[in-house]
Design a protein around this ligand. Structure first.
Ligand code: PLP
Length: 204
């Protein structure tokens, strides 16, 4: 079973929503029931029938439906997926060239056993950088470069913070990682501008 997000920041987006895939027919059936109020017949089956048939509600369900309009967008996006991933890999490789000698900045790398689609381009501020994440982000924003912090940690947010978990590597990652702009429409000139801004801010 696999789970995909089509949130706007993902490689493939439908505006929002997501998808589950499975090769287990029982799970497939269960998910389809949960998705649409536990309805035992699809709308399509009912509308296509030449005799009047009524659906049953076989289980407690929800409304997790994606709209047909989103699905149509998703199908078109899917045709472009391979090309979009090539583009993202190209942009990531270019960042690597442009930023590899910036001191205080650790660049991401993919181990030989894995290949990333570069949903994001995370750079890490080395502890020796003497630059805080927030400060770096503000200085970049002042130069017109939008970036985001790295992934947040559930255990540091209010619903879980009382539980007293300690995950030191996750915690330092949260506080040291900044995501640089990476999207299919990022052209060479804009990427150079981003790299220049990062270089200037790290040198300051
Ligand atoms: C993917 C992602 C989301 C959206 O995830 P959903 O499961 O679609 O809600 C939000 N924030 C970040 C940082 C993400 O990478």
């Amino acid at each position: 079973m696999a789970c995909f997000s089509f949130h706007p920041r993902k490689v493939l987006t439908t505006g929002d929503g997501g998808m589950l895939t499975t090769n287990d027919p029982k799970l497939d059936r269960q998910f389809r029931l949960w998705r649409q109020h536990g309805m035992g017949l699809t709308d399509l089956a009912r509308h296509a029938a030449s005799t009047v048939i009524f659906e049953e509600y076989l289980t407690t369900g929800y409304n997790y439906r994606m709209t047909d309009i989103q699905a149509a967008i998703g199908l078109e996006q899917l045709k472009k997926l391979a090309g979009m991933v090539v583009k993202r890999r190209h942009i990531a490789a270019r960042y690597q060239e442009l930023l590899c000698d910036v001191s205080g900045l650790d660049l991401p790398f993919a181990p030989a056993s894995a290949k990333t689609n570069w949903q994001s381009y995370p750079v890490r501020l080395a502890a020796s950088a003497g630059q805080s994440q927030r400060n770096l982000m503000q200085l970049l924003q002042n130069k017109g470069v939008a970036c985001r912090r790295g992934i947040m940690n559930a255990h540091q947010e209010p619903p879980y913070s009382q539980a007293g978990w300690r995950l030191p590597h996750s915690e330092t990652s949260r506080d040291q990682v900044v995501l640089l702009p990476l999207f299919c429409g990022l052209d060479e000139e804009s990427q150079l501008q981003v790299a220049r801004a990062v270089r200037e801010v790290c040198a300051s």
